[in-house]
Design a protein around this ligand. Structure first.
Ligand SMILES: [Zn+2]
Ligand SMILES: [Zn+2]
Length: 153
């Protein structure tokens, strides 16, 4: 939880620097995202925040997410059945590893892509500016929880 608090403070300073006014409901969205290791959709964030801030609308959640994404504080996560979910990016650019069942996210760094990116630039003539790398799998906890299912297969 202390780590979440730190992220939150970093985020708040970034938001303040950008001139973004954090009202109570927006603050609540930031807090929720900063304190979870699971990717959450706008609706899930809304449902968590709503009891505390009944005045918070889903549109405000979307707008806050847009702003956080613009500042590079969160990243979009693609999910099969759900719409986009979002995860906090506490350390800036990193690659993410996501559990397909529970949505838990881990981060990893690796520069092995650089060679590939340079090769792509050379062949395509594009100037590559950014990339996202998301690996999807089943986390250790879910593997244990679903061990019976695997045995059947
Ligand atoms: Zn990268
Ligand atoms: Zn999992």
């Amino acid at each position: 939880m202390d780590i979440g608090k730190d992220i939150s403070d970093y985020w708040l300073s970034q938001l303040r620097t950008s001139g973004y006014k954090l009202t109570g409901p927006r603050y609540c969205v930031v807090e929720i995202l900063a304190n979870t290791d699971k990717a959450l959709t706008a609706l899930e964030i809304y449902k968590q925040a709503h009891p505390q801030y009944p005045s918070l609308g889903l549109v405000s959640v979307y707008r806050t997410l847009e702003k956080l994404e613009e500042l590079g504080l969160i990243q979009r996560v693609h999910q099969k059945e759900k719409c986009h979910a979002f995860i906090a990016m506490p350390n800036g650019h990193e690659h993410i590893l996501i559990c397909r069942y529970c949505g838990r996210v881990c981060f990893f760094q690796g520069d092995d892509l650089n060679t590939m990116v340079l090769g792509v630039e050379e062949k395509s003539g594009y100037q590559i500016q950014e990339h996202w790398l998301q690996l999807v799998g089943i986390c250790g906890q879910c593997q244990r929880d679903r061990s019976i299912e695997y045995e059947v297969r």
